[in-house]
Design a protein around this ligand. Structure first.
Ligand code: MG
Length: 396
């Protein structure tokens, strides 16, 4: 099963119109655009395989600024249509060649969606062709006549507020949207309505009060205040790592997760990737969880010849388990040869995919040792790494 996320960001957001006329999904809350926060929530979810954003034709520059350098899971943006319903259909059509079995459709203006809600919707799709996040109505509901005179109280039993993500079996929702467009069925305000119209059964899974849709200026101000309070409770931590391996007979080296042809290889129990080993140690250092040798002892035969990207992913998982987020990583490779420059982009892509980081947060530099010392005598390759993470503040 493969799952795509389709983020709908083509609206003009007139109700929250900001002073500069900036569409609200591009406004900053807590210093980061709403769209970027929303996209990151899906990019960082392990069960989401691809993310695509539907944008307004006028917003290409805004999108590029908001998203920066995309990671490998992010598709090119799709230009939307005149209505939300058109935009979703165009998004689904653009994704249809990718062969995803299901799709999560989500409002760009809901940046606080949790991993738990996303997981809940995906899990429900195993048993149902459609599943949406929703909350029971808790306020008492009034029906009013013009002039705000109450006509009656509406029983709230069995009433739910629909949120997003709304998940669907891909072919079923694409067919429903295509048919709705052909039959000019309009006025439906979410995708579950389209599914219901097409006779597709929809189940509810728990949403969250925090999963608000930022609609008004008041919502924007509240979201900003909430994030500023949250970031005040984060602390930034930085740690370093170092590794060196000696050369032995062979025809390639592994550096930064990339296989590079070379007259020798590096000796080691695993693939001897000094760059990933130094980086793994730096990440472990930020949370005080020892070093790579402690978690993956060279004495353990199961790590013989292992791809070191596994060690790096494990360290990233440990940071995430503490509620942490990697801010940036930076590496320096000490080697007389091979040349690193031609492989820098490939290393950034590999490390970026493992850590869910864009290339502008992954520094890779190289230097020779001017013939000095062991590395200078071409006896091996060394690497240094630094990592910065944000984690919830703990009392010293
Ligand atoms: Mg090592």
């Amino acid at each position: 099963m493969s799952t795509a996320a389709l983020i709908v960001a083509a609206g003009r957001g007139a109700r929250a119109a900001t002073d500069g006329g900036l569409p609200k999904q591009y406004t900053l809350v807590g210093g980061v655009s709403i769209l970027r926060r929303t996209v990151d929530a899906f990019l960082s979810h392990h069960a989401v395989d691809a993310v695509a954003v539907v944008i307004h034709n006028d917003d290409r520059d805004l999108y590029d600024t908001a998203i920066g350098t995309p990671g490998s899971k992010l598709r090119r943006p799709i230009i939307g249509g005149a209505t939300r319903q058109d935009s979703v259909r165009l998004g689904l059509q653009a994704l249809s060649a990718d062969g995803h079995s299901s799709v999560l459709i989500h409002d760009a203006a809901r940046p606080f969606v949790s991993g738990q809600i996303i997981s809940g919707v995906i899990a429900a799709l195993k048993a149902s062709p459609a599943a949406i996040a929703a909350l029971p109505v808790t306020d008492t509901l009034k029906k009013a006549a013009p002039g705000q005179h109450v006509k009656e109280t509406v029983p709230r039993d069995d009433l739910w507020r629909a949120q997003t993500p709304q998940g669907f079996h891909f072919e079923a929702i694409l067919r429903a949207h295509t048919r709705a467009a052909a039959e000019h069925a309009s006025g439906m305000t979410d995708d579950a309505s389209i599914a219901e119209w097409a006779g597709i059964p929809v189940v509810l899974v728990p949403g969250a009060e925090s999963n608000i849709k930022i609609t008004t200026r008041e919502d924007l101000a509240m979201a900003d205040a909430r994030l500023n309070a949250a970031s005040a409770s984060l602390e930034t931590r930085t740690a370093t790592g170092y590794d060196i391996h000696r050369f032995t007979d062979g025809d390639h080296v592994w550096l930064g997760g990339v296989k590079i042809p070379h007259a020798q290889r590096l000796d080691g129990h695993s693939d001897a990737d000094v760059v990933l080993h130094a980086l793994t140690d730096a990440l472990l250092g930020t949370i005080g969880e020892g070093d790579i040798g402690q978690h993956f002892p060279p004495s353990d035969p199961q790590w013989k010849g292992a791809a070191s990207i596994l060690f790096l992913k494990d360290a990233a998982r440990r940071v995430a388990e503490r509620g942490g987020r990697i801010v940036n990583v930076d590496m320096t490779i000490l080697a007389e040869a091979p040349k690193i420059g031609p492989h820098r982009a490939a290393m950034q892509a590999t490390i970026g995919a493992a850590l869910n980081l864009p290339a502008d947060r992954i520094g890779i530099k190289a230097t020779t040792m001017e013939g000095l010392g062991a590395v200078g005598r071409r006896e091996g390759i060394a690497a240094m790494a630094t990592a910065s993470v944000e984690v919830p503040r703990s009392e010293p």
